[in-house]
Design a binder for this molecule. Structure first.
Ligand code: LLP
Length: 422
């Protein structure tokens, strides 16, 4: 288990690369990903038979390529996520399936693609079973089960229980197995994902729920997936989940199932955040420093169009200042950090509910850089063009070199799908 991190409030480099140089070469705002961190996090999970990366966390092709080279498989949620995975070198089919499509609904494009390419489907609703079964009789599927409880870092990331739209309700399992059978679909595995940023107690409860469900489904089950949701420490002093204990719980569950079924049961885990949150740094430039009454504001050139987690969930991200003069001994102030968008919620230092919370940060001036850290998961991937801001550049630090893996969007790209009726 990695040791609990301490996040600095002054930073001059990211994995040996000068932040100032990165900013002058690639501009700001730019996401910088440290490939070595992804490799370490993949290695942490090596005890699981399959580490299946949730592409939604950061879907940049270069990141998918890193995960693939490290032996990770992928979980996808849309037709274009499947196509991204294929563009990054994943085969559509294989054993275990390189790409899984997990969803609660098919749109026309995703149904067409999984049928055509033979991508494995993990059904999260009875209707998905019917819609797939009508077109793909004879194939294997897995079922995503909602165990009746869930947990997340925010209500909005809890994906279990009766308030959640996700998964097949646990009491419907029998009916769904019958439905699959009727269509000639073979249910070969079960999956549960109770939420994002869950804690160990809740994650552990999933094992028991999975065991019950798998025993009900019987020996046709050859794989179980623990889902994702592994938290990471976003604040100094917070620690990691005990992964050895987590794996041991799941391994014991899997072994009991193997005993009962008389054959091997593959154990999968499906993290997004755990693999990519800590590798990512959002490098911004301070463009205004101003006082509003007693409050001090640093306004940077990134907004919630780049990183929506604070405005959506009141999420906390570590921040650091890059001293332009190299002076690391600066007085600290309570600062509110905001972005350029024309919306008052465009503040990176807020709690859930929109309450602004100042952050203790070193004194800084206009033109200096501010780095928003642990921004690799659900950062660029949730980016938008709000206020007609271009999607940020993305840079991968790999083997001591900084490589541009997504260039900043241009104005022409921003408007290219639009037209004015003649
Ligand atoms: N598997 C499934 C079926 C999921 O729905 C998700 C996340 C994951 C795996 C990966 O969860 P993770 O290991 O990253 O917690 N935008 C939110 C998180 C939403 C997660 C949605 N599903 C955030 O920024 O915290």
């Amino acid at each position: 288990m990695p040791t609990a991190p301490t996040y600095p409030t002054i930073r001059t480099e990211i994995a040996g690369a000068s932040v100032a140089k990165l900013a002058s070469e690639f501009g700001t705002p730019t996401f910088v990903y440290d490939a070595a961190v992804i490799a370490r996090r993949m290695a942490d999970l090596a005890a699981f038979d399959v580490v299946r990366y949730a592409v939604k966390a950061c879907s940049n092709l270069a990141v998918l390529d890193r995960i693939r080279r490290l032996g990770g498989l992928v979980d996808t949620v849309s037709a274009f996520e499947i196509r991204r995975a294929m563009a990054a070198g994943y085969a559509a089919r294989g054993t275990p399936p390189p790409i899984v499509f997990t969803a609660d609904v098919f749109d026309a494009a995703s149904l067409d693609l999984v049928v055509r390419e033979g991508v494995h489907v993990n059904c999260g609703s009875p209707d998905m079973i019917d819609q797939y079964g009508r077109l793909a009789s004879g194939r294997a599927i897995t079922l995503r089960i909602n165990p009746g409880f869930g947990h997340g870092h925010s209500r909005k990331t809890n994906t279990g229980g009766d308030q959640s739209k996700h998964g097949i309700w646990h009491a419907e399992l029998g009916a769904c197995l019958a439905r699959a059978k009727k269509h000639g679909l073979d249910v070969t595995g079960l999956h549960m994902h109770i939420g994002s940023g869950a804690d160990m107690d809740h994650l552990a409860q999933v094992c028991q729920a999975m065991e019950r469900a798998a025993l009900e489904a019987g020996p046709g089950i050859h794989s179980v997936s623990a889902g994702g949701g592994l938290p990471i420490p976003y604040q100094s002093g917070e620690s990691y989940v005990d992964l050895a204990a987590y794996h041991a719980l799941w391994d014991a569950t899997r072994k009991r199932l193997e005993q009962s079924f008389g054959h091997a049961v593959r154990l999968e885990v499906e993290p997004g955040r755990y693999l990519v949150a800590e590798c990512g740094y959002l490098v911004t430039e301070i463009r205004a420093v101003k006082r509003q009454g007693d409050r001090l504001f640093y306004l940077v050139d990134a907004g919630f169009n780049n990183l929506a987690r604070p405005i959506l969930y009141g999420a906390y991200h570590p921040m650091s200042i890059v001293p332009g003069d190299g002076n690391a001994n600066r007085p600290e102030h309570d600062v509110i950090v905001g972005g350029p968008l024309c919306e008052s919620g465009d503040v990176f230092t807020q709690e859930e509910g929109g309450y602004v919370v100042p952050r203790r940060l070193p004194e800084a001036a206009v033109g200096e850089l501010l780095v928003i850290e642990c921004a690799g998961a659900y950062g660029a991937a949730m980016g938008s063009n709000y206020n007609s801001k271009p999607m940020a550049a993305e840079v991968l630090l790999l083997d001591g070199r900084a490589r541009l893996v997504r260039r900043r969007q241009t104005f022409e790209e921003l408007i290219q799908a639009e037209s004015i009726p003649g």
